[in-house]
Design a protein around this ligand. Structure first.
Ligand code: SAM
Length: 270
């Protein structure tokens, strides 16, 4: 579901969910990358509150839960993903501090200044990086952290084929320095950025799809939507292998430093 191109939105969402539910992750990433991003986050405690926005079936949420204390709410638009998320948390005996919630990232069921950490791997693009950073800012406590991964250009210039693909799929894709500037402007200190290793795309995302695609095509033989979905994913993978030196996912980690001016907080006695 990385770099969804426009035609994918016309597909039957149930089919898309079934396809992506058959793999552990719904976007590029890896346990190692999640743990590395977590290493930049200041101290979390058993009382910390974390939201993983656009969590999918929870591949990265469970890694996060196994390496960080606190309570984690995984939030995703699709109930089918959250159902699998909830099965996964029980399998790992994390049900006492990991919760799956169906909700939209543009209307989050969260309290202002209630979170210590916002996490989002390969999902903020659904409302756009800048909009997400700006709108989610109010949910963090002052001193809270945000860690999001986002498709980014590695070079100022690139071949027309990949430039056009991404401009159609996600016009907000940009070079790392511009993304960092957007983070700064949205009210966060940029703490760290790092490029996700290639295997986050290959070993952890495209390779598992190869056998999943065969099974899916067998199950939905003759179904045009299923055929197009697989074709789309194969095309996306081919482009990645061909142009991977020009783009990838980058983790952006920031720290909230000031209160949003439009937020009023209850008066607290000294
Ligand atoms: C590329 S997947 C990434 C999933 C997961 N974070 C991972 O890395 O495996 C993007 C996720 O965003 C979710 N999503 C799309 N639009 C959303 C919205 N408006 N609110 C919440 N989640 C959304 C999708 O259902 C999907 O699970």
């Amino acid at each position: 579901m990385s770099g969804e191109n426009k035609s994918i939105h016309e597909f039957d969402f149930k089919l898309i969910c079934e396809y992506f539910s058959s793999i552990e992750r719904q976007g590029p990433g890896s346990p190692e990358a999640t743990i590395k991003a977590l290493s930049f986050i200041g101290s979390l405690t058993n009382g910390s509150k974390i939201a993983d926005i656009g969590c999918g079936t929870g591949g990265q949420t469970m890694v996060l839960a196994e390496h960080a204390p606190g309570h984690i709410a995984g939030i995703d638009l699709f109930a089918d993903f959250i159902n699998i998320f909830n099965v996964n948390r029980r399998k790992l005996n994390l049900q006492d501090r990991v919760y799956g919630i169906v909700g939209s990232m543009d209307n989050l069921p969260l309290r202002n200044e209630g979170l210590d950490l916002i996490w989002s791997e390969g999902a903020i693009y659904n409302i756009g990086f800048e909009r997400g950073l700006n709108e989610w800012h109010k949910f963090l406590k002052i001193g809270g952290f945000i860690a999001v991964s986002e498709a980014s250009w590695f070079t100022e210039e690139r071949p027309a084929e990949i430039d056009e693909f991404w401009k159609d799929a996600y016009p907000e894709i940009d070079v790392i320095s511009n993304k960092v500037e957007q983070m700064q402007k949205a009210g966060y200190i940029p703490i760290a950025t790092f490029v996700l290793p290639e295997k986050c795309w290959t070993e952890h995302f495209y390779v598992p799809q190869v056998s999943a695609q065969e099974k899916f095509l067998k199950k939905y033989a003759g179904n045009e939507t299923a055929g197009e979905l697989v074709e789309n994913q194969r095309h996306e993978a081919e482009l990645y292998y061909k142009y991977k030196e020009f783009y990838g996912y980058v983790f952006y980690i920031g720290k909230k430093i000031y209160r949003d001016c439009h937020i009023s907080v209850p008066f607290e006695r000294a």
